[in-house]
Structures are given as C-alpha cells and as structure tokens.
Design a protein around this ligand. Sequence first.
Ligand code: AMP
Length: 588
Amino acid sequence: MSWFRRNKPESGPAMNVAGSAQAPTVPAPAPAAAANGASSAFLATMMDYPLTLQHVYNRARRLFPNREIVTATADGYERSTYGETFARVERLAGAIQALGVQRGDRVGTLAWNSTRHYELYFAIPCMGAVLHTLNLRLPASQLGFIIQDAADSVIFVDADLVPLLRGVKDSLGSVRHIVVMNGPVPDDVEGLPPVHDYEALLAAAPATFAWPELDEREPAAMCYTSGTTGNPKGVVYSHRSSFLHAFSVTQVDTVGLCERDTSFPLVPMFHVNAWGLPHAAAMVGSKLVFPGKFMDPTHTAQTIADEKVTLAAGVPTLWIGLLQVLDRRSDFDLSSLERIVCGGSAVPASLVRGLDAKGLTIIQAWGMTEMSPIGTVSRLKSSLQSLPFDDQVTYRAKQGIPVTGVDLRIVSLDTGEEAPWDGETFGEIQVRGPWITGSYYHGDNEEMGASKFADGWFRTGDVATIDADGYITIVDRTKDVIKSGGEWISSVQEEGLIMGNPMVLEAAVIGMPHPKWSERPVAVIVPKPEYKDTITKEDIIRHLEPQVAKFWLPDEVIFVDALAKTSVGKFDKKVMREQLKDQVHFEE
Ligand code: AMP
C-alpha cells in the first residue's frame, strides 16, 4: 500500500441521516462536480493551503512561547514552555533524520504521557514521518505483532519500559534504532538494536531543521485498535484529519479547549493520540499538564490542585476512583476544574450525579480509534437547560450529538434499514467524516476489516438509539448485546443502573447462553469496600426492579474484587465471559 494513497472522495447523494420521518437533508454534491450538474465546473479560487501539523507547531511557537508545559515526576514537576519545547522539537527532527528516518517511515513511541513524548508528537509528523504510538499495556504477542505490522524503523521508549521491548525482541526486525528517554539507558540492552540516549542525540543535533513541504493527506500518525477479537488493526491519520479533529476539540460545543485552559490528558498518549488533546492544545496554546506515570486518583487530585487544571480527560474508571478519594479526603482544592471530558466506556448517571455533588462537571464523549476518536459529545442544548436536574442528568448520561463534521446514522439490527430518531429503535451506528478512516492499514482483506466499510460509511460495531434531538445512547457493542427470548437487553444500560446503587463500585453485565431463552444476563459486581461482606443479590434485584422490565433482571449476580479490563481500561467482556463459563450453567 502506498503511504500517499488518497482517500477517494465520496460520490453520490448523501443519505438522509434523519431517517424517513425526519426533515430531509441536502444531498451533498460530488466534490469535483459543479452546481447544477454542469460539466465545466465553476470552482471557487480560495487558496489550497495545506492543513498540516506544521501550521499548529509554527503557531504555538510564535504565539504562545511562554505558555507552560508541565510533567509530573517522582520528585515534583518538570517545567517547560511551548517556546522551549518546540525549539527542542526542531533539534529532535534533525536527530531523527540522522537516524535514517525518511518521509513516510513509521516511528514508534512506547511511553507515558510526558513532555518528551509530546516533543515526538510534533517532531515526527512535522518532518514527514509517522508517529506510531504503542500501547504499553498490551501483551507481548500483540505488541510484537503491531511493531512488525507497522514495520517501525525507530522506537522511542521510556527508560522504565525498556523491559517491554526486551520481551518482544524477536519482533524488532524492522527497527534500526532504539532511543531511551525520561531516564538513563539501562544496562541490560543486549540483543536489542543499537540503543541511544535521547538527550545525547538532541545535544548532538543542529538547532535548526529544514522542514519539508507536506501534503495535507500525508500520514501523520497511526494507532492500532485494541483488537479484542483477532489481531489489532492499524488506523493511519493524515495531517488533514489530525488538524480538523484538533479543530473540533476546540469547538465550544465540543470540548471547547482554549488558550485560557490548563488541560490535563490522563487518557494515555497511546490511546487514540490522547483523544486529540495534545495537538489541539498547541493549536490554541492551552497550558498542558502531563501526569507521567502518576495516573492514580490521589495523584490526579493532587496535580489538578497544584497546577489549577481546568480541563481533564480520561476514562470513567478514573473518575469513579477520584470520587472515592474525594469521599475520604476534603483537602484537595479542585475548584479550578471546569470540566472533565470522559469517554471510552459509558458514563453511568450515578457518576454524573456524584461528581456534580462535589461541584465537578463531567462531559461525555463517544468515539473510537477509527474516528480519531471524537464522534459525539453530550452537551445540553438550550432547549434542555430548563429541564429538572434529573432529566438533565439523563441527557448527560447519553453519549451526545454528532459533532460538526461527523455524519451519523443508525441501522436497525433486525431490518438492516435506517432506524428512526425515536430514542427506542436501536441499531448499529454508522459514521462518515473527514477524520474517520476510509480503510484499515493493510486492510484490503476480510481479516483486516474490509467488511466494516459499506457505501462510504464506516460500520462502528456499536449499537445505539438516537432520539428526536439527535442524542445517541450506546446500548452495546454488537457482540455484547444480549438477546433473551427474542428481546434485546442492553448490557451497558443495565450496568449504568446497577452502578447507581450506592453499595456498588463497578458492574458489568454479560449475556450467558441459556437453553430456553438463548441468553440471560449475569451481573458481575465489585462492591464498595465497606459493603464487601454485606451486599447480596437481593440488594441488586430490589434496586433494579422498579427501573427495568422483569426480563432484564439478571439471573445471576456474582460479587468479585475486580473486573477484567482491557489495555485501555474498558471492561474486558471476552475475558469475563470465559471466566463465567465454569461458574454459570443455566438449566431449562
Ligand atoms: P477504542 O477504539 O479503544 O477507543 O474503543 C472504542 C469503543 O469504546 C467504542 O467503539 C465504544 O464501544 C466504546 N466507547 C467509547 N466511548 C464510549 C462512551 N462514551 N460510551 C460507551 N462506549 C464508549
């Protein structure tokens, strides 16, 4: 596959995303065609200025040189500015070139969220190479597969993560150099490709670099999906898609990131480019705070208080943990924190309420690796702001409306037809837009996901409803939705309700085979420590009974100390299903 492959522009009329019962949408003209179908196109003559990360880099360096970039360390905080950091980025680009990296080459990073990792976020794409962030929580087999599939030429690694590379040294055939950062080069690097010290490379590189002129469609970055079934699949982001996605992060009704913000990406930089925050932060010049490897709830609270963070982003588990810390301790001043952006898994209504009670606002977003990742954000429309608090919470616990640039439709699982916006009919979410991938890397065969693309739409595999206001509610992944006696049960909704029980910390609901009903729900629950020995199945059933149809009630409730999680902190239902196989046997 050529790295410079252009996505074919869409042709043909746009679907009516609102469904037949809704107001019609204007069919999009084929991009190259003129209005009125005339063959000699009358085209506007605006400049074809490339939307690249080089523009973002230049802008931050010129306009926000004194805005701070901070990384938490074991001894406190390491402080820098955009001016200093981006001067180092220029040196770094030269250093990477000196290692033989050429345009289009993939350069891996295996690192915590830090300022040095941030330097790579700009040096690699702006010199024309491809930033390939590697997930440090993957098992060796998957990490090795990903490095080989991407054919990374150089890998930058945090000193304490070098053992992970040693664990996959047989998969490093394409890797010509390893560069160690955020600590000294460890002694035991035998068997690895030549290993260098980051700071030494930087010191030896010239202060200036001749940046190439880039096409906005050249690849800037790539990430692999978490691959719970089959091998992980690569998604390649272009400069244009990264630029437009970062732009979206700065929209007021999206994340609204701006210069006055102090942003704190707790979502790992290897998880869909920390949801676009690092590039968006430079775009607007917001102060950036990186947690290093200190991402536990107590450190999180401390850093928010110390650095007066205004915007933090991470998965729900993190905020559930923060709430527990705030229940125990009242000495953290988190009054600067205006919003928490949360996604990756459903945000339970109880979490929205719990944080609200502490004066903290959580904003839910939905998306995925293939979508860069942002697809929807849950902000209350003006017409909903006068609703009673409880109804507002109901909307905030939905995944939100599609952001500008993302077209979204729901296709019924039963009929294959587009579902109406009635808040009830559910189906698979399909999307299209400028930051949604048009194919997977090496993706021209079935195993690599060719069937995920249909008529110019990407089939997300997520099941949802959409209401008349355009708010989606995620019901499940297609493979997790439970079908009992011909009726659908949403495991995600049931989990949210169970987590509303004050005795419960976390809950997952799994569909297990049943001889009569085909599947029945089983709830796996982590109780809060103080209820560990007293909570019962009846507590859960009594809590659910007034809220759900009888057939939704779980047949089994199992209490555990911890739930299996994926490498990016989501419930790992595949593992849980395996674990339950020996424990749960339904009889007719
Ligand atoms: P990843 O590609 O690892 O970011 O995973 C993307 C998947 O996470 C989506 O396809 C959803 O299944 C799930 N997900 C992301 N955000 C949400 C959300 N707000 N609510 C429910 N599920 C979510």
